[in-house]
Design a protein. Sequence first.
Length: 274
Amino acid sequence: MRTTVVATLKYASLVVAALFALVPLVLVVFGAFKDYQEYVSTGPLDPPSSWLNLDNFVVAFVDGGMAVAFVNTVVILGVSLVGAVLSSAFAAYAIDRFRFAGRRLVLGLFLLAALVPEVTTQVATFQLIKGLGIYNTQWALIALYTGTGIISIYIFLQFMRALPTSLDEAARIDGAGQVRIFFRIILPNLKPAIATVVIIRGIAMYNDFYLPFLYLSDTSKRPISTTLFAFKGQYGAQWEVISAGVLLTIVPILILFLFMQRYVYNGFTAGAVK
């Protein structure tokens, strides 16, 4: 009897959690296919009268400048992810393969930095970006996104510790230097970790609204996460158009996640076991 009650409560909690996750998405889907009159005159959970109404998608894509925003997103995301993967892998390689004074302290400082709320450091960060002369350029976001994080370092560390040091020693006997060992031996064996970092950091960068809005005053340079703000004004918002735009922004990252989700799960489980 007790087992039945526990199982019922477990599955009931899962159903409730699923509803909390799916209901907002259903509202967005329903709203995207309604025109303004239907949106304001029907309930949020009422399905649209026609699923062929694509006017909101056209308005969101054209008037919102989503084509340019998608290009900006690809540029910023592509360069930032390459930098984030390399910086994290470099840091993990140095921490795992080299023995130096303060090695544990460095890892602890990374962890301490991750515990500090980002908003508390924005004044100093903003002054630094202004001082570098890259404010209102996409390089500001690239520089901020490229900075590594403790989660990425730990993911790479778990995989790197599973690679035998004998591989490094064999390559060193053949005359390979540290840089060649890293790029020819270490990095190719970190593909699951790279995929995990790419999807985790990529989703965070793709969804980020605060940094692009703060560091890019020129709207033509902003990524996709800020374009929908154009439909929110002082006297109201075009929620049906915003809903359509939300769906357009979800599709690319959803496809990426579905394509790479197996690497993410394998990355976490393999890192835990190894």
